[in-house]
Structures are given as structure tokens and as C-alpha cells.
Design a protein around this ligand. Sequence first.
Ligand SMILES: Cc1cc2nc3c(=O)[nH]c(=O)nc-3n(C[C@H](O)[C@H](O)[C@H](O)COP(=O)(O)OP(=O)(O)OC[C@H]3O[C@@H](n4cnc5c(N)ncnc54)[C@H](O)[C@@H]3O)c2cc1C
Length: 463
Amino acid sequence: MSARRCDAVVVGGGLAGITAALDLAAAGARVTLVERRRRLGGLTWSFPHAGRSVDNGQHVFLRCCRAYLGFLSRIGSSGDVELQPRMEITAVRPAPVPGGTPTRGTLRRNRLPAPLQLGGSLLRYPLMSLSERLGVGRAVLALLRAGGDGADLDRETFAAWLARHGQGPGAIDALWDLITVATINLPSREASAAAAAMVFRTGLLEDPTAADIGWSRVPLGTLHGERAAATLERAGVTVRLGETAHCLTARGSGETGARFELQCEGGSVGSDLAVVAVAHTAVGALLPPGSLTDQDRLERLGTSAIVNVHVVYDRPVTDLPLLAGVGSPLQWVFDRTGSSGLAGAGQYLAVSLSAADHLVGRHPEVITAEVLPELEALLPEARGARVLDTLVTKERTATFRAAPGSTALRPGPSTALAGLAVAGAWTATGWPATMEGAVRSGHAAAEAVLGTPDRHLPTEEVA
Ligand SMILES: Cc1cc2nc3c(=O)[nH]c(=O)nc-3n(C[C@H](O)[C@H](O)[C@H](O)COP(=O)(O)OP(=O)(O)OC[C@H]3O[C@@H](n4cnc5c(N)ncnc54)[C@H](O)[C@@H]3O)c2cc1C
């Protein structure tokens, strides 16, 4: 007896490509994954620096990221993440005078059903005036009512939408932008109202547990890249690292659809199915001409940067695992002491600066010089501490730009060619550019190529 197997090639070893490769292998395909870097994990990676492991940028997820949590379980990493039992965010506003005591507020969910789970802590939240706090309900009700496909919402910025629903600059700064900047990678004044509405609905308005925050207890490179490499190997996927794919060509398209030839640095790979899971800025150069209709739309999707400033103090300066800045240029601060493997009595904080296009061209020393006093303004304990080390990491093209109009620019997984799909956090997943979106897109792409008529696995004779 001989089994018949189909060949599949996946380009890109980020979360989307890894997911697609594992799905295709699980369906019985003989899969080759081609990744241009010498590691897997894509935009989630780590590197050694001064005796500790630095992540390229702090990554968090929410309990509602079910596809991502499934991914972690699939690669054996579920035990290495922390997930808050109940969502809790401490927000800190610097004192109006240097050296003063900052104001702290906590947003913590109670046991009430959504959307009431934050009501109690919001009423006591000292970073907003009483009228701002009472006014939040109006926008929440409007978000619950704003249904449809989001096309209307995608025409305006979230700030314009919030203003129409009674939210002033104070409420936007102290509440709405805490979440919008971190999840959409743009502030409300630039973000699509459709993208932001999806985040608030999914995270806060439907399921009270959805916004419990999770993060890795180990370096990202271990959590994703290393574990995924072992899982792919067990699944029989051939992984070609350090191999840049140059272009994919389709060879004929008879009854059985096109066969593909991927030109790579180290030779070509032929396949029956292909998933291209690279960034939207790179996909056009790889795909066969005409396979994505309106390919120029991807250029209009644009990009948005994220910068992280890594600071090691000689002593602990906060006991919070994470905190958000309000009225501060510092958006989020994370304690990475344990996950980085930092030895000694010090504390390692990662300051995450989203929507950071204005920072990418600036010298790391200039950025650090601005960040350190702002950290002291948020964390008085840092004022007497010695800074042992600093480092700045910049990801210029961290995400696509979820500005008004961006929803219509994101293509689905299927292309004009049978057997060829695209994947990536930038595709039309309904989610912002997140790990959840990347994993969802990988599943969708594998499903798209496997579901293609005349593509039933297996298709090719092997001994
Ligand atoms: C600093 C930072 C912080 C972030 N924070 C969060 C967060 O807190 N929560 C969250 O959910 N998301 C966060 N994100 C977003 C998240 O990391 C991404 O959405 C997700 O990892 C994208 O995965 P992907 O597989 O779609 O794409 P990518 O990770 O970009 O993977 C594409 C892969 O294709 C490879 N490739 C490209 N061209 C070729 C070629 N020609 N040949 C072969 N290989 C090629 C690339 O090397 C890469 O490995 C953050 C991103 C950054 C940069």
C-alpha cells in the first residue's frame, strides 16, 4: 500500500506561519517552512544582553485570546505564562510638581457580569473627575449598540466617535487611550473607531473575564520560537532557517489547480499548496502577479512603530508586575526581572512606547534621557535608585496602521490562485495586529488551502 501525500510550503516563521505549518502537517501534508532569520517567532524574539535575556518588546495577551492560548498549549508553553485571576491595572499620574507624590488609581474587575465588572473601580478611579467617570456609561452603551459590519465606524477616528458620545480629553487620556494605544498601536485620535470598538467590545463589554491580562514568565524566544521549533520537528515539518524566499511562481492551473515553485536562496521548493505568512510590506514581492487583487491596497495599510526602553535598577523600585502611565509619555511599564533571568538584587523594567513613529529616528541616549525622569515621576522609589543599565529596542514596522479605512484594506486568506493563501496579523482577522490575530490568520490560511476544491489530501504518491 502506498499513501498519497501533498506537498505544502509555508513562507515565514512567525506565529502565523508556524500555525499554518502545524495545521497543514496535522492534515497530512508534507510541509516545508522557510524562514529568512536563523530563528522562529517572527516579531516575538529575544536576545542576550549583559547577562540577561531582553525581549524585542513587551508582549501581553488577554484571556479572550483563545487562539493564542491554544497555540501556547500546542507548543507546550502554557505553563510559562502568567494570567491574572482578575483583571487589575494600576494607572499612575505624575505629580504636577517635580518630586511630588504621583496619584495612583486601580481598575479591577469585580464579580458582576459584563459590562458592569469595572463599574465599581471606575467609580472610585481618582484619575478622572466625577463627571468623567459618570459619563463613561454613555459611551459603553453606544459601543454595545454599535453593531453591523463596522464599515460606518471605520470611517472615523475613535477620538471623534468618543467625543460624539460625551468623552472629553481627560477621559480619553485616563481611560480609553490606556487600552487603545496598547492594543491598536495608535492613539484614539488616529485609530479607526471600528478597530477600537472591536477591542472594547471583545475585551470588556461581552465577557467579564475577557480582559484578564497575561504575559510570559520566560523570554519570548523560548516561549514561542524554541518551543515551536521542537513542535514542528515532532510534526515532521522541514524547517529551513536563514533562508530568504525570493518569489513564488505558479506553474499552470489545470484541473488540479496550480503547482507552486518557491525560489529561495538555497534552491527552489516545489509544492501543491502554499501559504505566504510574511509582513504586508513584504508579501507583494513574493506572490505570483495577480494572485492578490488590489495589491496596492497593502501599501496603503502603512505601519506603526513600537519602542521599548529597558532599564535595570540596583534595587526594586516597584512591586507591581505592570502599570500604566496617565498624563505621562510612558504608556506601560512591565517588571521583567524574573522573565529575563536577571541575577542579583536589582529590578529590570521594560517601558513600552506604542505609536512610536516619532521615536524611531531618535538616538537611544536621547530617548533614555527623557524616559528616566518620567519613570521617577511615576515611581518615587526609583528616585533614590541607581541605574545599572539601559537599552532601547525599536521595531519600526511593529504593526500595520489601524487608521480609519484600514478595515477595507485587509485581505482575507484566499488568493486568486487555488491552493495559495496569505497569512499574517495584517490579514482580515477582525482583530488588531496581535499574536491572537497572527494565530487566527494561520488557521484561516491553512483552512483556505486545504478546503480548496481538488486539493483533498493526500494528492501525491509516496512510497
Ligand atoms: C515590539 C512589539 C510589541 C508587540 N506587543 C504585542 C502585544 O503586547 N500583544 C500582542 O498580541 N501583539 C503584540 N505585538 C504584535 C505581534 O508581535 C504580531 O502581531 C505578531 O507576532 C505577528 O506575527 P506574524 O506571524 O503575522 O508576522 P511576523 O512575526 O512578522 O512573521 C513573519 C515572518 O516572515 C519572515 N519573512 C519575511 N520575509 C521573508 C522571506 N522573504 N523569506 C522567508 N521568511 C520571510 C520574517 O522574518 C518573520 O519571521 C507586538 C509587536 C511588536 C513588534
